[in-house]
Design a protein around this ligand. Structure first.
Ligand code: PLP
Length: 423
């Protein structure tokens, strides 16, 4: 019998009593009404896919590529866009824009993969993809003093290693990337030459890991870990697995957003042999999430790789609660788990991208409770001198009394009291 008519059912609620819940449901819907208005107007890689495909064909023509070249990441490496003459045939740029790009390029290199270029709205100078990839004079004019952003002196106990924590560390295997993000923290490093670091240095870093029985989690990053060849990735993962105390391996790569073609079936076949393997990537805007990204994430998941996202809070790109929420929803749909949102550091050349910590907290305030907990990342500021990632969260705990009472504020307001145990 239907629960509607069966008072003995645990789910039975008399129909007339449902009005209370219905009223609350209306209030809940009202709480996201601003999002519901803009939800379908925010551009995403899915809803702009036709435009992106058109640009793809246009770019292939300009670069003299064939349809099959587009799926070949090496073709994208070879045809990386670094030339204003080519860029201006892909997107609309004024003569002043060209002069600005060239002036900025004297200080910071730029490089855009043809794939990422296809995501740019060619007519829109405010396009968040444009802002992340095309140099602007704001970078050149930013004279913010540069300090050592990751304080190698304090944090690099062995070649290529960055260690900030007790049980995990980073091996920096390269400074190379498929695209040079304009907001890159390591702008300074990419201004020099492209390097995959020598095998002997990687061996020294592996030796360090092997000598530290407390290290159970090793992150391979750079630069971009997927700039390494399949063979080198396979070798490093194999070597790490020979160290008995290494329990998990992680890769850091932005390529799911900037060159998803890199995630080939061949690479995934290698990944499949290296469980447990985590990959953290960086999507910053819903326009970066499209059917191509979905396809390679399906491939990664089939290979048993767990994919997380670390985005950067960027002014004019995603410092908006609705854009961030949309990004999170798009990521969950393609099975990428939002992990971190980083506040943008104060470094030379990226000042114009900085949003305040307060803005970040506001965005966080509008996620918890308002959307799936699965999609709520941790907002992080990175402490100076390598003192570590530090979570910043809205304050929910209001008062912690000694007599076993807590005062707190749930997501939707209305202060509550909670009976706690004594310490
Ligand atoms: C970010 C980072 C890690 C990983 O930190 P989690 O919070 O565990 O993701 C480890 N080592 C270094 C040096 C890092 O910068």
């Amino acid at each position: 019998m239907s629960v509607v008519k069966d008072p003995s059912s645990p789910m039975y609620v008399p129909e007339k009593n449902r009005e209370i819940a219905r009223e609350r449901a209306r209030q809940h819907t009202e709480m996201i009404s601003d999002y519901l208005v803009v939800r379908d107007k925010i551009p995403t890689g899915f809803n702009q896919w036709d435009r992106i495909q058109k640009q793809k064909n246009h770019i292939l023509k300009i670069l003299g590529g064939a349809e099959k070249d587009w799926d070949n990441y090496k073709w994208h490496y070879q045809n990386a866009i670094r030339d204003t003459g080519i860029l201006r045939r892909i997107i609309r740029l004024s003569d002043q824009d060209i002069r600005d790009i060239e002036k900025t390029a004297t200080q910071y290199r730029w490089q855009i993969s043809p794939y990422y270029a296809s995501l740019i709205d060619p007519e829109d100078r405010d396009c968040p993809i444009f802002k992340q990839s095309v140099p602007t004079v704001a970078e050149y004019l930013d004279k913010e003093e540069m300090k050592d952003p990751y304080a190698l002196v304090y944090n690099s106990p062995a070649p290529l290693i960055t260690r900030l924590y007790p049980d995990r560390l980073i091996i920096n295997v390269t400074n190379m990337c498929a695209m040079f993000c304009r907001h890159c923290l390591r702008k300074k490093d990419i201004s020099f030459k492209d390097m995959i670091y020598p095998r002997e240095d990687i061996e020294s870093s592996l030796k360090y890991v092997s000598d530290c029985p407390e290290i159970r989690d090793v992150l391979i990053t750079g630069g971009d870990a997927l700039m390494l060849s399949d063979d080198t990735i396979d070798w490093i993962l194999t070597e790490l697995e020979r160290i008995p105390h290494v329990e998990i391996k992680r890769l850091g790569s932005r390529m799911l957003a900037t060159l998803p073609q890199r995630v080939t079936p061949g690479l995934c076949k290698i990944f499949k042999r290296h469980k447990p393997l985590y990959l953290n990537t960086q999507f910053n805007h819903p326009l970066e999430v499209n059917p191509e990204s979905e396809k390679v994430i399906d491939r990664l998941i089939d290979a048993g790789v767990l994919v997380g996202n670390q985005s950067v809070l960027l002014k004019g790109i995603n410092n908006d609660k609705n854009v961030t929420k949309k990004l999170i929803h798009e990521l969950l749909r393609i099975r990428v788990r939002p992990y971190y949102i980083f506040n943008c550091k104060k470094l030379q050349g990226i000042h114009h991208f900085r949003a305040s910590v307060g803005e970040g907290l506001n965005i966080m305030e509008n996620l918890r409770g308002y959307t799936s907990g699965l999609g709520v990342p941790t907002f992080i500021i990175t402490a100076p001198e390598g003192k570590g990632k530090t979570p910043m969260a809205p304050t929910y705990l209001l008062n912690q009394n000694r007599n076993g009472k807590l005062l707190f504020r749930p997501w939707a307001g209305q202060v509550c009291e909670y009976e706690d145990e004594d310490l």
